[in-house]
Ligand binder design. Structure first.
Ligand code: FES
Length: 325
């Protein structure tokens, strides 16, 4: 990925906990183009891992994607923050950010003749890549529906801009406004498995859509999603032991760390990319033990077989795992 030095040209408060940043190239050079669903990795001082933020494009204009004069990011202040969002909420106009990208792990499918409307579903700050997708689809004159879910209208960002661009294609669903509510089962009931679904937002929203769409025999290839969070401990998580068969090394994985994190801290060099269980890059062969799969990459059959696992997010049901690493 290209490393970019960016200047913060403007900071806008969108809601009490969401702000947007407009970024330009510090040297005035042209910025790389991007496609809807792309993100930048922003380096956070003092943090080992950069943070990923989706690039927002709201105006349906192809040239704004192909030759952007600036980039726009939306950042939600997380509670608790692990440092990234807090730092990004202290940034001021004129500050400099180091970024890598743009990179797209969440691309739109190619246009097809007579395609049915693409269904875009955003929850909270998950609107950032979904807004770009809606803009790109409109710019390409392709049919789409945009469903934006949030707790309350005053906590939902970019609403006025989205209303201005998308009109009847946009449906806002706020939990505190019964008139706007559309439960996910009802939304999927109105939708056809020939349609592509794109979902971005909290894990609960993604899990619900994925589960319900699979229950309705939606083709996996028509259900696309992006999580905004990396692995997070779950209630009841416990420690376990991992043996790397090729080197003979044995590690204890505590409840609050992933296998990948422990291997990295020990100086191993495991392959990884997303750290969210989506890309499959960190996959390891399981020689002994029973994995606790938490990824979105493996099929149900692969999970049941238990022969491979994604070490960035999945854990162990047994006290010990032996991996072919
Ligand atoms: S790094 Fe992507 S699935 Fe583990």
């Amino acid at each position: 990925m290209t490393t970019l030095t960016l200047t913060v040209a403007a900071v806008q408060t969108e809601t009490p906990i969401i702000r947007s940043l407009v970024l330009t190239a510090a040297d005035g050079a042209a910025l790389p183009g991007f496609t809807a669903g792309s993100h930048l990795k922003i380096h956070i001082p003092g943090q080992k891992e950069p943070r990923c933020y989706s690039l927002i494009g709201i105006e349906p204009d192809n040239s704004l994607f192909e030759a952007p004069a600036s980039y726009r990011l939306g950042i939600r202040l997380e509670d608790p923050s692990t440092g990234g969002s807090r730092y990004m909420h202290q940034i001021k106009a004129g500050d400099t950010l180091i970024a890598e990208g743009p990179k797209n792990d969440f691309p739109l499918h190619a246009a097809q003749a007579d395609e049915p409307a693409t269904v875009l579903i955003a929850g909270g700050i998950g609107i950032t890549p979904i807004a770009s997708m809606a803009a790109a689809l409109k710019a390409q004159q392709r049919p789409y529906q945009l469903h934006y879910y949030g707790r309350s209208l005053d906590q939902m960002s970019f609403v006025d801009e989205l209303c201005g661009q998308h009109g009847a294609a946009l449906s806002i669903h706020a939990d505190d406004d019964a008139a706007t509510l559309l439960p996910l089962p009802a939304l999927l009931e109105q939708t056809d498995p020939r349609q592509h679904l794109y979902i971005c937002g909290p894990k609960g929203l993604i899990d619900a859509v994925v589960e319900q769409s699979h229950g309705k025999h939606w083709p996996h290839s028509h259900v696309h999603f992006e999580l905004f969070t990396a692995a997070a401990p779950q209630a009841g998580d416990r420690g376990f032991e991992v043996e790397l068969r090729q080197s003979g090394q044995v590690f204890h994985i505590p409840p609050d760390k992933t296998i990948l994190e422990v291997l990295e801290a020990a100086g191993c060099d495991p392959l990884f990319d997303c750290k969210r269980g989506e890309c499959g890059v960190c996959q390891a062969v399981v020689l002994e033990g029973v994995p606790d799969h938490r990824d979105y990459y493996l099929s149900d059959d692969e999970r049941a077989e238990g022969k491979v696992m994604q070490i960035c997010i999945s854990r162990s049901r047994s006290d010990r795992l032996v991996l072919d690493l």
